[in-house]
Design a protein around this ligand. Structure first.
Ligand SMILES: Cc1cc2nc3c(=O)[nH]c(=O)nc-3n(C[C@H](O)[C@H](O)[C@H](O)COP(=O)(O)OP(=O)(O)OC[C@H]3O[C@@H](n4cnc5c(N)ncnc54)[C@H](O)[C@@H]3O)c2cc1C
Length: 454
């Protein structure tokens, strides 16, 4: 970018303090948690934007995009930068569009739909919703920091998904507004099925500026931790609770030993050499759950009320991709995969992987409901990384035995999972970003308009 680009772009916003040129700050705003992957770490460590702009409204975004379109300047949108795959890391410099100031909850409707700006923190939305008798259907374990827009742009599901499916299921995202990257940027409203044009496109096909997201009635939750002698026993009990719709639950997570040994602040609720399950269960069912766990041979190591995101310990802080974080803290050689095991052949698939890879793979299971209503053992297994070739052998074996893998070691929408096979996100990019300036390099099947063949 030239000095005149920077001056002109700074003039697009009403306060020059919201245009950041300090290289260190811009680099910080160009990063996410890509370093969870040793492969992405190598690829992305030196990538940075050149200027960070922090618009406060849609008009400022439109002015920025109009200038960038005319002058061929790349734009990469940033929510809170908690993504794992370098989703928000600019590959070709340009503008980091940091939406930090667009963080207003407009309303929560009486039937439980939140209308908000993109950078409302999920934790703020959860707390506000609970005050009004609702709660999020599902959220990532990064809830405190992560933004709603970033979740739509790059996330998939998390706590709550065992009952409500992923973010893209069951019409959780009701509607959104998106700003296009054209000579005259438009604000386009997408509703119903049309939200899938934009969801999980990593900000490559428009900037989401307004969101309608469905909530669910709030539940009084409790947390429970249960230890079992073997992974098989723990998995069997966890599966029973996860798949039986009589249990009202938000979280059913199973860890193979030695994963719990990485949870330094809560070692008192782990048991050496034992597998562990963490539950969020309706408080009204806690006593029943404890009895069922003990009858199945488990030891209940924690049973306590959940009083919100400040509950200590907060078991969800050790689940979903936070598990990987605790493991990396203990041993930097750990990395991870994202898998979906079969609801019927799961045990056989575990056995095959163990037979080939032994303790190079450690099972961390997150039960989740799919869009068809079936609960499956989703998984974010830990992997002891040695070489890229070895990691790819593991991915190949998974796929050959029917275990789906959303590869977290690639930096493009198509390779990372959740890309629509009907090319919806790509077709939308061709309409909304014909020059390919939004987060360029991340949607690899895209060709700029003049070369497009679709
Ligand atoms: C420890 C840890 C645990 C995690 N656990 C989970 C989990 O349980 N479930 C899960 O799904 N994810 C998880 N993640 C990934 C990530 O935290 C979530 O996906 C989160 O919702 C991303 O939100 P963000 O605001 O940080 O987005 P960012 O990282 O800032 O952005 C994510 C992507 O969305 C794009 N984007 C951001 N805002 C917009 C917008 N307004 N319009 C268009 N595009 C936009 C960005 O360009 C980027 O491509 C985890 C990550 C970490 C590090």
């Amino acid at each position: 970018m030239t000095a005149s680009d920077i001056a002109a772009l700074t003039a697009c916003i009403s306060d020059p303090n919201r245009a950041i040129t300090n290289a260190q700050i811009v680099q910080r705003l160009s990063r996410d948690f890509y370093w969870y992957s040793p492969i992405l770490k190598r690829q992305l460590d030196d990538k940075t934007g050149e200027l960070a702009l922090q618009p406060i409204d849609v008009k400022e975004i439109q002015r920025i995009l109009a200038y960038c379109y005319e002058h061929h300047v790349p734009v990469t949108t940033r929510g809170a930068g908690t993504g794992n795959y370098g989703q928000a890391v600019p590959l070709r410099g340009g503008v980091v569009l940091d939406l930090v100031h667009m963080n207003r909850i407009e309303s929560i409707t009486p039937d439980g739909v939140a209308v908000c700006q993109p950078n409302v923190r999920l934790g703020v939305l959860e707390t506000t919703a609970r005050e009004q008798g609702f709660e999020l259907r599902c959220y990532p374990s990064t809830i405190v920091k992560a933004s709603v827009g970033g979740f739509l742009g790059g996330g998939s599901g998390g706590i709550g998904s065992v009952s409500h499916g992923g973010l893209r299921d069951f019409e959780t995202v009701r509607a959104l507004e998106v700003v296009t990257m054209e000579a005259e940027p438009r604000v386009v409203f997408h509703e119903g099925q049309a939200v899938h044009d934009v969801l999980h496109a990593w900000g490559t096909n428009g900037i989401i500026t307004r969101i309608w997201i469905a909530l669910t009635p709030a539940v009084s939750w409790a947390q429970c931790s249960v230890a079992f002698d073997t992974f098989d026993q723990a998995f069997t009990f966890a599966e029973k609770i996860a798949c039986d719709s009589q249990w009202i639950k938000r979280l059913v997570t199973t860890f193979e030993w030695p994963i719990p040994s990485c949870f330094a602040p809560i070692l008192s609720i782990t048991r050496p050499n034992k597998s562990l399950i963490f539950f969020m269960i309706a408080a009204s069912q806690l006593i029943e759950l404890k009895s069922a766990a003990e009858a199945a041979g488990g030891e209940v190591t924690l049973a306590a009320d959940y009083t919100g995101l400040r509950t200590t310990p907060l078991l969800s802080d050790y689940t979903w991709n936070h598990t990987t974080l605790w493991a990396i803290k203990q041993d930097a050689a750990f990395t991870y995969l994202q898998c979906g095991f079969s609801p019927t052949e799961g045990r056989q698939q575990f056995a095959t992987l163990k037979q080939h890879f032994g303790d190079e793979i450690l099972f961390h299971i997150e039960f989740m409901k799919t869009g068809t209503g079936i609960v499956i053992p989703g998984s974010i297994p830990l992997v002891r990384f040695t070489t890229e070739q070895r990691l790819n052998e593991m991915i190949d074996l998974c796929r050959s035995i029917g275990v789906s893998v959303a590869n977290p070691h690639v930096n493009n929408v198509e390779g990372g999972g959740r890309y629509r096979e009907d090319n919806l996100q790509l077709l939308t990019k061709q309409k909304y970003d014909p020059r390919g300036l939004l987060n360029p390099g991340k949607m690899i099947t895209f060709k700029p308009a003049a070369q497009a063949t679709v």
